[in-house]
Design a protein around this ligand. Structure first.
Ligand SMILES: [Zn+2]
Length: 95
């Protein structure tokens, strides 16, 4: 398989089992979630993170862009418990 962007053959599939320890953060809003890997967004789903990346140009391979509606549905939620835990973890690391 060649990269869909630069056509390089340096494309690697990566699978990582993270169970329910996946975190996602929308970097423009800071919305943070913790749990399973989101499904139907091109990064695997459930217990597994699955991505294909080009190590020539950095392009993530897959069906993109994600629609605005889907993005909002999947990454626009705020998990208050997860945010609290994130801050507690950050504070405890500073001590
Ligand atoms: Zn590429």
């Amino acid at each position: 398989m060649n990269c869909r962007s630069c056509k390089s053959s340096k494309v690697v599939a990566i699978t990582a089992k993270c169970d329910d320890l996946c975190t996602t953060t929308d970097l423009s809003t800071g919305k943070f979630q913790e749990g399973c890997v989101p499904t139907d967004v091109g990064i695997g789903g459930g217990d597994y993170l699955k991505i294909c990346i080009c190590f020539q140009c950095g392009q993530l391979q897959g069906k993109f862009p994600l629609s605005d509606e889907k993005y909002k549905t999947v990454f626009g939620k705020v998990d208050e418990k997860a945010v609290t835990k994130l801050f507690q973890d950050a504070i405890s690391k500073q001590k």
